[in-house]
Design a protein around this ligand. Sequence first.
Ligand code: XIL
Length: 346
Amino acid sequence: MKPLILALALVLAAPLPAQAAHPRPPRDLRELAHQHGIRIGSAVDIAALRAEADYRKVLNREFSHVTAENAMKWESVEPERGVFTWADADALVENARRNHQRVRGHTLVWHNQLPAWLTTGVENGTIGATELRKILRDHITTQARRYKGKIRAWDVVNEVVNDDGTMRQSIWLTHLGPGYIADAFRWAHRADPHAKLYINDYNLEWNAPKIETTLSIVKDLQAQGVPIHGIGFQGHLGIQYDYPGDWANVMRRFADLGLEVAVTELDVRMELPVTPEKLATQAEYYRRALTDCLSVKACREFTVWGFTDRHSWVPGWFPGQGAACLFDENLAPKPAYHALLSVKKG
Ligand code: XIL
């Protein structure tokens, strides 16, 4: 072999340096997600998506997964009985298709944001248990079928367990009995056999009674052969509380049951006013959350509940708190955004 060729052969055969897989730091969250082999998502405010070009631009540049913040909830899609209003949900799905984003369907069965015709009918007794069960089945079937093949994962049931580990006394539990959960998964699976079907909840990052009950619900469903594929951790955190340091272990306990794991609604709120120290703490919480997800092989999706402080549910729901997102009101990236970009593989 000629010396030059030999030298070349040696160079080519040499093991790549550790960081060679990532020759340069990721330019945005989409690239970061790609490097890590996951999807990073955001909840989408449809009004903002339609009206604000800068919002649209950042959403479609940064995120490879989306969830409708409200547009797929029952009150949004069937405000009057039998009157379906799919325009917003359709717009989200179409925007996702055009921008190569996968979609999380949120949510088929919940106790909140139900249409008034339904809650009133149940309260005044004009809708009895038999009819209610049929209404739920039709709702799940209609919605899951409409988006068949376009939804990567559905939050089939949302927030069915209380913080003390008892089952939530929703209209579903009180009128249909505990079997409604298994029914919901079966109906959803029949309507869209390829969608990953999730159970989703908050405080599951740390709350022991809720964790234990949710684990036993999953085992119970699996024992009955019910199609359940994923566990969603909402991840509504606040810097006034300790970071949930056991979160990765909790994720692993669900992964050990064979479930896919997703962070579905992450945000990190703070008591206002904003200070540089608080933003630094917030950045650390975001960084740890992503690191926890990446430490669990089954964690496939990391979704934030809105990406900009311009449109966040936090100030409206937690008085005196806010600034929970990765971008500020002007869509400037905050320290939390840069903290996510700095997370290395392995
Ligand atoms: C919230 C939305 O962000 C608000 O706009 C709406 O007014 C209420 O619901 N857990 C969930 C989400 O599963 O659907 C909730 O979204 C936040 C808590």
